[in-house]
Design a protein around this ligand. Structure first.
Ligand SMILES: Cc1ncc(COP(=O)(O)O)c(C=O)c1O
Length: 389
């Protein structure tokens, strides 16, 4: 299997596994217990949380550990909107967000919040898939409590200009949440520099374990009040109850540190492999079209490729080449057979959206994988064409 689906998840790096194992085996204390086994777990976990905060340039006491980005997004958006002191009743997001944001907005709309979805720039433009700042500015008013904009998109890799967006929000007294799930570990993410108020991330997209994520609540410029969404033992200052997960948290800190230390090399290598994949496929399959923004470090994640085939559906291509893991849309919404809402938000028609495929090149890919994958993809495509599929 050649794994080219690193936006769906990443392999847990063996160095991360090594850092986690002792906290699952010999050091198994409950980090909230007061005996020595508990205290050692607690101390190691606190050190990991400090490391995470440092890497994001966030205050230590602003980091809340969760089970993943879905929970973090729910806590950020519901927690802010449903806080008893929240008087504003309007919330704004972007049409290409992940369902873990869009579905929370839909629920809040059902509870009486006014919701605005801002469009993105259409396919074919340099900044395709990036939110239109003029329209975003128009959408925010004096009743806007929260704006939620993903830092990088999971299907087309489009990177949002977060610092400019933060300025637009704060000018109207609104706060900014960012689902940075695809950005953290792949591009520099600095809470204070971008002036983000709430930020979600998850370990399994950055070569860490599944089931561990985080929400940063506030930065040193602004405090944010959240209504807890999970109550119980009062852990994590009462914002998110439940026994914390030392192995997962230590794993996430280790994974983030590795991404940080290796970011420049990784960025360059992965972009080169992604370019190689695109250039080869484009030269051997006639009529391919790129979905999403033009390549470039400011605009698009380095490992991301999303393309539309001229005649074959992405799903059929996947079935014809089972040795390669890639995706015909967003793996996160694989339960739905509808064409990707991200692609249709870029004004790509439904048929072209169904003929699309997403590749995510990552840390463990090498040039040999890309070359072997191209051969199999081209061959699979030719077979389908010959079958008149
Ligand atoms: C942008 C984005 N947000 C949220 C999620 C959900 O993350 P998790 O699996 O940690 O709940 C994903 C992927 O699954 C994603 O790509």
């Amino acid at each position: 299997m050649i794994y080219l689906d690193n936006h769906a998840t990443t392999r847990c790096d063996p160095r991360v596994v090594d850092a986690m194992v002792p906290w699952l085996s010999e050091h198994y204390g409950n980090p909230h217990s007061s005996h020595s086994l508990g205290v050692e777990s607690h101390q190691a976990m606190e050190k990991a949380v400090c490391q995470i905060a440092g890497l994001l340039n966030a205050p230590v006491d602003s980091v809340v550990m969760t089970s993943g980005a879905t929970e973090s997004n729910n806590l950020a958006i519901r927690g802010m909107c449903l806080h008893p002191r929240q008087k504003r009743r309007h919330i704004v997001t972007v049409s290409t967000e992940h369902p873990a944001v869009l579905d929370v907005f839909a629920d809040l709309q059902g509870s009486g919040f006014r919701v605005t979805h801002v469009p993105v720039q259409p396919n074919g433009s340099t900044n395709a898939g990036i939110v239109d700042l003029g329209q975003l500015e128009e959408a925010i008013d004096d009743d806007t409590a929260l704006v939620s904009v993903m830092w990088a998109n999971n299907e087309i890799g489009a990177i949002a200009p977060m610092r400019d967006i933060a300025g637009l929000c704060h000018d109207r007294g609104a706060l900014l949440h960012s689902d940075a799930t695809q950005a953290v570990g792949r591009i520099p993410v600095d809470m204070l520099d971008a002036d983000i108020d709430l930020l979600s991330a998850t370990a399994h997209k950055l070569y860490g374990p599944k089931g561990t994520g985080l929400l940063v609540v506030g930065n040193s410029n602004r405090r944010v009040r959240l209504n807890p969404q999970i109550v119980g033992g009062g852990q994590q200052r009462g914002i998110r109850s439940g026994t914390m997960n030392p192995a997962g948290i230590i794993g996430m800190a280790t994974a983030m540190q590795l991404c940080n230390d290796e970011m420049n090399d990784h960025h360059e290598r992965v972009a080169r492999l992604r370019d190689h994949l695109w250039v080869t496929l484009n030269s051997r399959i006639e009529g391919l079209r790129l979905n999403g923004p033009e390549f470039g470090p400011e605009r698009r994640l380095p490992g991301n490729l999303n393309l539309a085939l001229p005649a074959i559906e992405g799903q059929a291509w996947m079935s014809a080449v089972p040795e390669i893991a890639f995706s015909s849309g967003s793996a996160c919404s694989a339960a739905h057979t509808a064409p990707s809402h991200v692609l249709t938000a870029l004004e790509i028609d439904e048929s072209a959206a169904r003929r699309s495929a997403r590749f995510g090149v990552g840390r463990f890919n090498h040039v040999d994988d890309i070359e072997a994958a191209c051969e199999m993809l081209v061959e699979g495509h030719a077979k389908l064409l010959a079958l008149g599929n």
